[in-house]
Design a protein around this ligand. Structure first.
Ligand SMILES: [Zn+2]
Length: 85
């Protein structure tokens, strides 16, 4: 089990092994994955941020940057809550 920071909210996200193993692992233990965009760029996103990306079109690096702008970095001090919208 490893963790990697989400490129949008900066939360550290638990991932199950390497990306190649992702689909073989219990999916619930994984909270994010690397997203390969149509333009060839790659971002590591938690599922929450991934759900915030547009669904009707292929997300682009611009959408990720835009989402990042709208998302406050999560402070992992155990007290902060995370608000959407
Ligand atoms: Zn995130």
């Amino acid at each position: 089990m490893a963790s990697e920071p989400c490129d949008v909210c900066e939360r550290s996200v638990r991932i199950a092994g390497g990306i190649g193993d992702l689909w073989n692992f219990a999916f619930e233990s994984t909270q994010g994955m690397t997203l390969e965009l149509a333009d060839g760029s790659e971002f590591f996103l938690c599922f929450d941020c991934m759900e915030s990306l547009p669904e009707d079109v292929e997300p682009t690096a611009e959408d990720v940057a835009d989402l990042r702008e709208r998302t406050d970095p999560v402070e992992e001090d155990g007290h902060s809550f995370w608000h959407w919208g």
